[in-house]
Design a protein around this ligand. Structure first.
Ligand code: TRP
Length: 454
């Protein structure tokens, strides 16, 4: 165990870091439109079940592996595998973090750009057609999205390069509480809009008829993505976790805050969509096309609000995106420091360069490179789909199998129950251990196979 490794100062910083990683574009950009498309409250119920029954146990296994080894993703895996398997394993487990970090930064860049535009008052007076056209033109253009991607990545890597306590911890401790405050302000605003009550009703009325096996699979995928599983972010953050912290408690808090935030985001966005009388099935463009228009459609009510609200909204997306991006970057930077012996500064520069280049390709795949289609998707969509549907699930399966079948039982017990001192963890341990050994792997295999066929 590497004792010289930095540690998060205390419980609050630890949970802020996990929550910061979990709360991101997934919660604001993806979750509300999935709720809108898949039966409102029914989807929320299914999503919570997926999170509790599958994603949370996987969180525990990934966290346990990191805390126990006191190392990052590749170094932890290297303690289990040798020879050729080790090389293959490194490639498998590093692919997803590199791809996700890169394409995530492209959308992070959009949110930075939209935040700046909101500050300049660009969304104060814009028609529905203009909003749709604007995003279409913007996302397919070359220069602006690439510059935003560059700046977003630069800010994020600057935080990571400062290290755990001075960089990541400090940023999360300030940003995560602000995110909750901003989204609450937004809910307050959107629920006061005329006709918003219909949206609130929609969210509270479950339509279980819409829950198909496909919807179940997307709920599962979303809960893995939202909790940042299977990519090493939970593992690397857990390696900075003190031995006195309780893994079950930290994981449960993370699920709680992440799910709350996703639901809050839905209550912020969907009533506003109803109020503006817009079709709910707007897909991922909801945030960047529909919302800018919604903001301006109420300028007659209050010109001041139609300026301030978009600023608040895009600021919260930007903040959420950065807290997630830094957790992804940390996986790669830590790998370069630990395995390649680089200084943190050098590792940051290399990581920045690689993600910048891959991200540029992703960004261009909406415009000049949109002709390149892999499995019916552009490059961005393809990277998103293979990392979220295949790599994340496969790596989660590896983590669960290692903890359930390979690790010494005593170690698992010690990590999960704090050597028997955690009273609640001791109580649920037998069920949890059984669940991790048998149920979780079976479920993950089913999800993996379903995803391959989809
Ligand atoms: N969870 C974040 C979101 O919801 C994104 C994220 C951060 C992520 N780290 C990750 C996704 C690791 C997958 C794996 O936006």
């Amino acid at each position: 165990m590497n004792n010289s490794r930095e540690k998060f100062s205390g419980r609050i910083s630890l949970i802020a870091a996990f929550a910061g990683s979990a709360i991101g574009l997934g919660n604001i950009w993806r979750f509300p439109y999935m709720v809108g498309e898949n039966g409102g409250a029914a989807f929320i119920v299914v999503y919570i079940l997926c999170s509790l029954l599958v994603a949370l146990p996987v969180f525990f296994t990934e966290s346990l592996l990191g805390r126990n080894s006191g190392k990052g993703l590749v170094s932890t895996m290297n303690t289990f595998f040798g020879g050729k398997t080790r090389k293959v394993m490194s490639v498998i487990i590093l692919t997803a973090p590199i791809l996700i970090t890169s394409f995530y930064s492209v959308v992070g860049g959009w949110s930075l750009d939209f935040f700046v535009r909101a500050c300049m008052g660009e969304f104060c007076d814009i028609s529905k057609e203009e909003a749709v056209q604007f995003f279409g033109k913007y996302s397919t253009s070359v220069t602006e999205p690439i510059i935003s991607h560059f700046l977003f990545l630069l800010v994020s890597i600057a935080i990571v390069s400062r290290g755990i306590k001075k960089g990541i911890e400090k940023f999360n401790n300030i940003t995560v509480p602000i995110l909750f405050l901003l989204i609450l302000l937004f809910i307050f605003y959107s629920s006061s809009l005329p006709g918003a009550q219909e949206g609130v009703k929609y969210l509270l009325k479950p339509d279980f008829g819409k829950i198909t096996p496909g919807v179940l699979a997307s709920a599962m995928g979303q809960s893995f993505f939202s909790l940042s599983l299977g990519v090493g972010t939970v593992m690397v953050y857990s390696s900075y976790m003190k031995k006195s912290e309780n893994i079950l408690e930290a994981g449960s808090y993370t699920v709680f805050f992440d799910t709350c935030f996703a639901i809050l985001a839905s209550f912020a966005i969907i009533p506003a969509v109803f109020s503006a009388g817009i079709e709910l099935n707007a897909g991922p463009s909801l945030v960047f096309e529909t919302l800018p228009y919604i903001f301006t459609s109420f300028k007659t009510v209050s010109p001041f609000l139609s300026y301030v609200i978009p600023v608040i909204f895009f600021l919260s997306i930007l903040g959420a995106a950065i807290t997630s991006e830094i957790s992804l970057l940390e996986v790669i930077v830590d790998y370069l420091v630990e395995e390649k012996g680089l200084s943190r500064k050098k590792a940051s520069v290399i990581c920045f360069t690689v993600c910048l280049l891959i991200g540029i390709v992703c960004s261009l795949s909406f415009g000049p490179l949109s002709g390149i289609q892999i499995a019916g998707k552009n490059i961005f969509g393809f990277f998103d789909s293979i990392s979220s549907n295949l790599f994340m699930i496969l790596c989660s399966l590896i983590f669960a199998l290692l903890v359930g079948w390979k690790m010494d039982r005593k170690t698992v017990w010690n990590e999960l129950t704090n050597e028997g001192r955690g009273k609640k963890s001791v109580k649920i341990y037998p069920v949890l251990y059984f669940w991790i050994r048998y149920i979780v792997p079976v479920m993950l295999v089913i999800i993996f196979i379903t995803n391959i066929f989809n």
